[in-house]
Ligand binder design. Structure first.
Ligand code: PEP
Length: 251
């Protein structure tokens, strides 16, 4: 059975002290609550170990927002998947459109990152999604299909079964414009159909597929009620506990 997941992506926000305060407040807000979804927070690298130590990781998973495409060695400034794992984090967000766009992450680079994440026991939250011009030309399905075929569809069935997919239309990220419920459901159903064609119905049914892009407390209940939307990847609204908790409570 696939899991419902609400994952926060803090991006490059919060000092260590502010991040710890946010994680601690979230931990307190969720203590004693019975949740209908897995909660994950994606923090900057420097926060990972401290946040893991400050929260109940049985309730809240911790994700890095990236990892290196190399195992170890002379790669100044990089952080490897094994280093992320050593902090106690269990997840890593990979292929976010901001990484693809601003840091030149190609499918080849992402294949190495996904492989290293899996080899080190991390769960990749693998992002895909089209820009506005592609959506306007009604070519979003072919675009997302190619993104998946060039990357995670190279995985064995066993490995694919370990990943989470997040569909994030770039035009909806941080813009306040959310994909309509119909657009989101339609794309996630399409992605699930691609997974079924590639890996079979059982794996398709087991794969958690998230929607991301200006998801908030107001639109989350309708989005999460859709048959193929298994949760959200949440940017801005994950930076305030009340907003994030309201999204979690949408399940
Ligand atoms: C994101 O960056 O993953 C995201 C979905 O951001 P926002 O919720 O702010 O649109």
């Amino acid at each position: 059975m696939r899991k419902n997941i609400v994952a926060g992506n803090w991006k490059m926000n919060k000092s260590l002290q502010e991040g710890l305060a946010l994680a601690t407040e979230l931990n307190e807000a969720l203590a004693g609550a019975s949740l209908n979804c897995k909660v994950v927070i994606g923090t900057p690298f420097i926060h990972l170990a401290s946040v893991v130590a400050a929260i109940d990781t049985r309730k809240i998973g911790v994700a890095a927002q990236n990892c290196a495409n190399k195992e170890s060695g002379a790669y100044t400034g990089e952080v490897s998947a094994s280093m992320v794992k050593s902090t106690g984090a269990g997840y890593v967000i990979l292929g976010h459109s901001e990484r693809r766009e601003y840091y030149g992450e190609t499918s080849a680079i992402l294949n190495d990152k996904v492989a290293l994440a899996l080899a080190n026991g991390l769960t990749p939250i693998y992002c895909c999604g089209e820009a506005l011009d592609i959506r306007n030309a009604d070519k979003q399905n072919a675009y997302v299909q190619r993104q998946l075929e060039e990357t995670v569809f190279n995985l064995s069935a066993d490995d694919f079964n370990k990943i989470v997919i997040a569909y994030e239309p770039i035009w909806a990220i941080g813009t306040g414009v959310t994909a309509s419920t119909e657009q989101a459901q339609e794309m996630l159903a399409f992605i699930r159909s691609l997974i079924a064609a590639k890996y079979g119905q059982e794996i398709a049914e087991n794969t958690s597929i998230l929607y991301g892009g200006s998801c908030n407390a107001k639109n989350a209940p309708e989005l999460f009620a859709q048959p193929d939307i298994d949760g959200g990847l949440i940017g801005g609204a994950s930076l305030k506990v009340a907003d994030f908790k309201a999204i979690i409570d949408a399940f």
